[in-house]
Design a protein around this ligand. Sequence first.
Ligand code: GAL
Length: 337
Amino acid sequence: MKSRKLLSMLLCCLLLLASITGCAGGTSGAAAPSAGAAAAPEVKTYNVGVSIYKYDDNFMTLYRNEIAAYFKTLETDTVKYNVNIQDGKGDMAEQTNQVDTFLAQGVDVLIINLVQSSSEATITEKAKAANVPVVYINREPMEENAMDYDKACYVGADARQSGTYQGEIIANLPTKGDVDGDGTVRYVMIMGDPENVDAQYRTEYSIKALTDSGIAVEELFKQRGDWDQAKGQELAASALSQFGNSIDVIFCNNDGMALGAAQAISSAGRTVGKDIYLVGVDALDECVEMVKAGTMTGTVLNDHIGQSHTAVDAAVKYLNGGTNDKRIMVDYQKVTA
Ligand code: GAL
C-alpha cells in the first residue's frame, strides 16, 4: 500500500514538472522544443531616434526616407533597428523636446538634422549626459568647439563646393552667363534659410566662381526663400517684375526654390537657355529632367543616398563601440545637360 502511494506521488510530481517545463520552454501555444533542438538566436534591437528639421522639405524628405530604408537593409536575423523619425516642424523648442523624449525612452543613438545649427551645443550636452552617441546631418554645426563629445560627429557635404559648382556651370557657358552680351552678369540670388551654412556658402561661392574667372557681376536682388518652392516663385516673380530683361541669371540655393523660379520665369514670358539662366542645387528628379529638357541650366547633385548611408553607417559604428571622424563629407556633383 505504502509503495503504491509513493509511486502515485512520484507520478504526480513528474507530471507537474513536465507541465512546468512545457510552459516555460516556448512562446505561448508553441510546442516545447524537442531535446537537442537549437535555441532560438537572441535578437538585439537597437532604438534609433531621428529628428528632421521639418518634414515639409523636398530634399530632406528623400533623405529621411532613405535613412529608414537603409537601416532596414542592415537588419539581420539577430540585429534589428527600431527607427523612430520625428518632424521638428521648423521649431527648435519642439526638436529639443523630441531629443529629451528620445533620451528618456533610452534610445541607443540619435541622428539629428538641427532646426538651428546654433543649438548644437545644447543637444550635444544632453546626449553626452545620457552617454548616447549623436550623428548630426545636413546642417553643419559651425560654432567654435562644436560637437564637444567623443561620440558626436557630423555627416554632410561642403556647401562651398556646391556654390562653386553653380558658379562654374554659369561661367562655362559659351556666353559665360552674360546672356544679353552687355559685359556684366546681372543676377538674382534666392537664398535658403541664412542661419544655415549651406545658404551662406552657396550664395558666396557661386558668385566667387564667376569673379574668380574674371567675369564682371552685379547683384540686382537677394532675398531669403527658406528653401521653399512657393517662396522661390514669389521672389523670382518680384525680381522679374522689378528688373525685367536686365536679369541674366537666377541663382537659387536649392532646387525647390528653382522649381518655383522656373514657373515665374515662364509666366514672365522668358525662356531659360535663350534669354535667362537658372541654376539650383540638390538634383531633384524633376530638376534633372528639366536640365535634360533645357528648362533649367544646371543643378548640383546633393547626394542624399550617399549622405544618409554614411550617417547610418556612422551611427551603427557608434552602436558597435567604434568611433567616427568629427566631420565626414560626401561630395557634390555638377549636373548639366
Ligand atoms: C540643403 C538642401 C536644401 C534643404 C536644406 C535643409 O542641403 O540643398 O534643399 O533641404 O539642406 O537644411
